[in-house]
Design a protein around this ligand. Structure first.
Ligand code: SAH
Length: 346
């Protein structure tokens, strides 16, 4: 079966030529696919026998909306999508002043094991295909009727753990015959997989990179994020510095402040020291309470921010959207799993 949605324009043309079709059909089909059609039937300017042939070679399987939550506070919309194999992933649509942004998932579940994160509780089920990532953007757009101008890869999953498909997805959304979203309008967040950071510097230098830091010292970071055992904080900052030298792009560091764990003054000072020589931006996130986790939100948000800023490091407190819905990482999928008895809910 051909996975039409994941094909680049040149691959699509090749596949169509192999089916005995003229090359110009490639662009036609690509454009249709990227409009968010649900079947080949909708491709009105293709002859019916061709539509049937394409369907037989690989039927389209658009995601179904399993749940949808709309925030009454700020209009943030959260989608739980049911994919063709029954797996579920989440996307979130957020309205910012600079345009509508959709946050998408890159895997079903996650195997990174961060101690505070809901997405990783039941491990990783599988990687998403480029087409499944694209569908989250297209069908969020279609359902909401809101033009999407920015994409963030910050939903469920570790993008660097599925980097080939992610790079393919970037090529698709970036293409002028598709939705044509510029690399500068796309952000990718990683828990700190160093080879991935190096690869992105080579292959997608215009992208905005976010690194989930959460602690500037390996001792603390190691207890929060198992990835730190493979790629420790010293190596991570080395990779970040060389990323900046190669791309000239400022990296954003995500930092969820946890009471009595990573909210000490000395840790703010260590962030300042590690960032010396490159412009960084620290995004302080109020920790979302995950029931399974022992961690509590810090009350030191303001002093921590001030300590960074007074030493010349830009730090902002992330505006929290969708506070009245399950709009943070993995929470909606987790709740649905609880209700179906796939994970315990006590
Ligand atoms: N795997 C990628 C992207 C997905 S998570 C990564 O780790 O960056 C998106 C962000 O939400 C990450 O910075 C993650 O560390 C953070 N996050 C996860 N659980 C959280 C929680 N309970 N409270 C606050 N932030 C959380």
């Amino acid at each position: 079966m051909i996975d039409w949605k994941s094909l680049t324009p040149s691959e699509l043309t090749e596949a169509l030529t192999a089916l005995g079709e003229p090359a110009y059909r490639g662009k036609q089909v690509f454009t249709w696919l990227h409009k968010g059609v649900e079947s080949f039937e909708e491709m009105g300017n293709l002859p019916k026998p061709l539509r049937e042939k394409l369907h037989r070679a690989g039927a389209l399987s658009p995601p179904e909306i399993a749940r949808k939550q709309v925030s009454r506070l700020d209009g943030t919309v959260k989608y739980l999508w049911k994919l063709a194999d029954g797996s579920c992933v989440e996307s979130v649509l957020m309205a910012y002043r600079h345009g509508n942004t959709v946050c998408i998932s890159s895997q079903v579940g996650c195997r990174m094991g961060c101690a505070f994160c809901a997405s990783t509780i039941a491990g990783k089920v599988r990687d998403l295909t480029a087409g499944e990532m694209l569908d989250q953007v297209l069908f969020t757009w279609k359902d909401s009727g809101k033009t999407i101008s920015n994409i963030v890869l910050m939903g469920i999953g570790e993008p660097m753990d599925n980097l080939d498909a992610v790079l393919r997805f970037l090529e698709l959304v970036n293409h002028p015959d598709g939705i044509n979203i510029g690399m500068r309008h796309i952000s990718l967040s990683t828990c700190g997989v160093i080879p991935g950071i190096r690869r992105l510097a080579e292959l997608a230098p215009q992208l905005t990179l976010s690194v989930s830091l959460h602690a500037p010292d390996s001792e603390t970071r190691g207890t929060l994020m198992p990835v730190n055992r493979a790629y420790d904080v010293e190596g991570l900052f080395e990779a970040c510095h060389s990323y900046f030298q190669k791309t000239g792009r400022r990296i954003s560091f995500e930092y969820a402040l946890i009471d009595g764990v990573n909210d000490y003054d000395w840790q703010a000072d260590l962030i300042v020291k590690r960032l010396r020589g490159m412009p960084g931006h620290v995004n302080l996130i109020p920790l979302n309470d995950v029931r399974e986790s022992p961690y509590k939100p810090s009350r030191r948000m303001a002093p921590f921010q001030k300590r960074l800023e007074s030493q010349g490091v830009a730090a902002t407190v992330r505006r929290s959207l969708g506070g009245d819905i399950d709009a943070s990482c993995g929470q909606l999928r987790r709740r649905a799993m609880e209700e179906k008895g796939e994970i315990p809910n006590d």
